[in-house]
Design a protein around this ligand. Structure first.
Ligand SMILES: Nc1nc2c(ncn2[C@@H]2O[C@H](COP(=O)(O)OP(=O)(O)OP(=O)(O)O)[C@@H](O)[C@H]2O)c(=O)[nH]1
Ligand SMILES: [Mg+2]
Length: 181
């Protein structure tokens, strides 16, 4: 698979934050390989097309997939894109209800008009920061209790490895992060 790397700078309540983004373009064929890109992500943005019911069904598949690989409570935002188009087929109510039930944030965006695009990235940055701050606060208390919880990240990696299908593998260079500074 070919994922695109990009960065997005946002001003998060006075702090400049640079989001490093892997756009996996929803390529189901290389599903298992996608984990290479997202398993250590601090947050995720799942984009669907409000004029395409199938794309919303894929949101469900993807959110299950991400929950499996990402640490619990990793912020996930579901963005209903093309909200500028009047012929919406995915009901906003349905999408918002799904997001709420699963602890995600829903956002209506338009890449065409720019509606909510900036704000969605900002929200994600803010949620990532809030979670990091919360975790930093929790850490000392956890250590004091001596409750050494097995690293879920390690477990997730094993799962990813087990699901890895070598027949899908492409030349190694294709999977290497290619940060474009
Ligand atoms: N009206 C409208 N068209 C959009 C919007 N966003 C994308 N499009 C159009 O939708 C088509 C698909 O856009 P892409 O950016 O390729 O969508 P994508 O989700 O990145 O597609 P994959 O990378 O293949 O998953 C293009 O023709 C875009 O011009 C939007 O907000 N409003
Ligand atoms: Mg794309």
């Amino acid at each position: 698979m070919d994922a695109t790397f990009l960065t997005k700078k946002v001003n998060c309540d006075g702090t400049n934050v640079s989001l490093n983004i892997w756009d996996t373009a929803g390529q189901e064929r290389y599903h298992a390989l996608n984990a290479v890109y997202y398993r250590e992500a601090s947050g995720a943005l799942i984009v669907y097309d409000v004029t395409d019911e199938d794309s919303f069904d894929k949101v469900k598949t993807w959110s299950l997939e991400l929950r499996k690989y990402l640490e619990e409570d990793t912020p996930i935002i579901i963005a209903g894109n093309k909200c500028d188009v009047p012929q919406r087929t995915v009901s906003l109510q349905k999408a918002e209800a799904y997001a709420e039930e699963n602890g995600f944030t829903h956002s209506s965006t338009s890449a065409k008009t720019g509606h909510n695009v900036e704000d969605t990235f900002l929200q994600l940055a803010r949620q990532i920061r809030e979670r990091a701050e919360y975790k930093a606060q929790q850490k000392p208390a956890k250590a004091a209790k001596g409750k050494k919880k097995k690293s879920s990240r390690g477990v997730l990696r094993v799962e990813g490895f087990q699901q890895f299908d070598p027949s899908m593998e492409e030349p190694q260079a294709e999977h290497e992060p290619r940060p474009q500074s």
